[in-house]
Design a protein around this ligand. Sequence first.
Ligand code: GDP
Ligand code: MN
Length: 382
Amino acid sequence: MDLFEYQGKQLFASFGIPMSPGKVALTPDQAVEAVEQLGIPVVVKAQVLVGGRGKAGGIKLVHDATEVEAHARAILGMDIKGHTVATLWIEKASEIAEEYYASFTLDRAAKLHLGMLSRRGGVDIEEVAATDPDAIAKIHIDPVDGLTEERAREWTSAADLPEPARAGALDVLCKLYVAYTEGDCDLVEINPLILTTDGQVHALDAKVTLDDNAAFRHPDWEQYESTQVLDHREAEARAKGLQYVGLEGSVGIIANGAGLAMSTCDVVNQVGGAPANFLDIGGGANAEVMANALEVINNDSGVRSIFINIFGGITRGEEVARGIVTALDRVELESPIVIRLDGTNAEEGRAILAEHESGMLRSSPAMLDAARTAVELAGSTT
Ligand code: GDP
Ligand code: MN
């Protein structure tokens, strides 16, 4: 789960990481109120789960209190790379001398934590990594050892941070590591970490990804549920209790079992297509679940064909086939379906499907052939 900047900052603040005071505002009036408490100048910051807000006009430095309302009004509702701004973070402006970059994330290949620190902050770190990789000082940290102050100190010199920023940066890095591990985060990033003109080092931005598998340890994470922004397809699927992940391709996928759903995505890729989603309907595959799944996929404008891949185990093939036929009565489909039905009582199931075969519904006993047909149909119906 990704947090908004203001949520990340509140998390960081709870671990003692220094930053400028700020307030959440949902309306222009609340923005004005926030400024009355914070004092001028302030920065009005759009809260969206995407970077580059500054360039998109989502961050405004405001020196005149009478202009706050107009800026807040302009930013609220703004579209930033497909994300609509519903929340503002109003922060007391900082005077920036220098901008750095700091982050911790998991290096799965190394099975260690990875810390990255750079003098070149405030800009896109991927670009720094591509054009000037030496400007990023990396360290691997064994979770058993943790980040010692000594290593953190060496790290600040490896990153060549200027002398006046070293002590402050050391403090932030040690606290950030604790926030990352004790907070059960997959990623914490401060970009930029700034040195202010009066010599303070503090966090100007916050990016946090929580490890959802650790939710059971953090009852307070419930506060984030209501502010999560889901892909509209994922929101619809979640409401229907489906295991669904939206992807970018054109072949909608329905399978029973996560393993089969993953294999189905692989097979579609193998024959040159691209899955529009991952969808596991689990065991059962009854008409209700099948209709829900088809509805979700049907509402995805990127879908050109639908590949239903069912392997009957305890669930018998004829039940699955009846479920599909009943579901088709409920859902008016925009894309053709290819069904591969195998496993228990597959013959009986296929016989039922055969009665309903048409240009919109085909059945194919083998997974690879079915995938080919689905990919061809996705290509020819665009
Ligand atoms: P992002 O572009 O979405 O990553 O948003 P950031 O919060 O990182 O802000 C982008 C840039 O806006 C920073 O790199 C700063 O240059 C500028 N900025 C943000 N807050 C302040 C502030 O308090 N004072 C000043 N002078 N500039 C700021
Ligand atoms: Mn940033």
